[in-house]
Design a protein around this ligand. Structure first.
Ligand code: ZN
Ligand code: ZN
Length: 315
């Protein structure tokens, strides 16, 4: 923990991120005020639609498809995830996945970019406000084979501005509320999304239970799942990272899982990977007897990509 704190201190502030986040928060607050004064139901519908599309592009797209390869998706699904993923202004899929795989393979240790042991605020937003000392894309060799991913990486900034701000502005201009479209569907949506994603790194490593693995900080919480489109079942996710579900039970609130499953019914996604039920039961039994910290399971992405052999495609 001490080393992690020292690493944080030695990292330089990232002024581009700091200024952008500050501007985004101010614009989001102005947007909320604008919505109260100039309420327009169509702008609200647009902002909610953008929130759903962008959030699912991060959870189902960047996270469960690109980072963990928990299923395969048709080109149009990948394209939509990349477009609305860019609009989420969380970096290109290549960079996002590279950092996320680092998180899984070094969780709670120095190499974890959002190590919760450095502190809750660090895991939530502090790490974004500092420059990342290692920007090499070493863990995404598999993704570099996807021309759509490479295209998004190359044109990330214009795509983020276009889909994240100009398109919602243009749509809202149809009913004469272009500024409302920018402030609400652009910035207020973006700030909400930031804190939902950040909460998966902070809250999901602090609040909840650990039924599958007590040796990491990752926790399952219905509360966190509620506003993260199902990412709150984080203990299960860290234990079985290549399963397309985070909320493993059918009643768990996991809209991302429901989307991936629904798309598979119409042939847009396929080879959904699920861990065998007996592995889940065994993990629960082992977790009951676990002391912390103890030996934790190796990440499937410790080296590069691949997958846990214990997982099998859905039948
Ligand atoms: Zn993950
Ligand atoms: Zn995590």
């Amino acid at each position: 923990m001490k080393n992690a704190r020292l690493n944080r201190i030695s990292r330089q502030l990232d002024w581009v991120n700091i200024v952008f986040l500050a501007v985004a928060h101010v614009a989001a607050a102005v947007g909320v005020g604008w919505a109260v004064v100039h309420f327009n139901p169509w702008t609200l519908v647009l902002a909610l639609s953008w929130t759903v599309l962008c959030s699912l592009s991060i959870t189902a797209g960047y996270h469960r498809l690109f980072a963990h390869r928990t299923y395969e998706a048709a080109a149009w699904v990948r394209l939509l995830a990349l477009l609305f993923g860019a609009a989420s202004v969380q970096n290109s899929a290549l960079r996002w996945v590279n950092e996320h795989r680092l998180h899984h393979s070094n969780v709670d240790r120095d190499g974890d970019p959002y190590n919760i042991n450095v502190g809750f605020l660090w895991a939530h937003i502090g790490w974004v406000l500092h420059k990342n000392p290692s920007t090499e894309l070493k863990r995404v060799r598999d993704l570099k084979q996807d021309p759509l991913v490479i295209w998004q990486h190359r044109y990330y900034v214009p795509l983020a501005i276009g889909v994240g701000a100009l398109v919602p502005m243009g749509i809202a201009a149809l009913w004469g509320d272009a500024l409302g479209g920018l402030l609400l569907a652009g910035f207020a949506r973006l700030v909400w999304q930031y804190h939902a994603t950040f909460a998966t790194n902070s809250l999901a490593h602090s609040l909840g239970s650990r039924p599958y693995d007590r040796t990491t900080s990752a926790r399952d919480s219905f509360f966190t799942a509620l506003f993260t489109f199902g990412e709150g079942y984080h203990n299960f996710h860290h234990r079985f990272e290549n399963d397309y579900r985070n909320g493993v039970r059918f009643w768990h609130f996991d809209p991302t899982k429901w989307l991936i499953f629904s798309l598979s019914r119409v042939g847009a996604t396929r080879n959904l990977r699920r861990v065998a039920e007996e592995k889940i039961v065994r993990a629960r039994l082992i977790a009951k007897g676990q002391q912390e910290p103890a030996q934790r399971p190796e990440s499937a992405f410790a080296a590069s990509s691949g997958g846990e052999p214990m997982l099998s495609p859905e039948s």
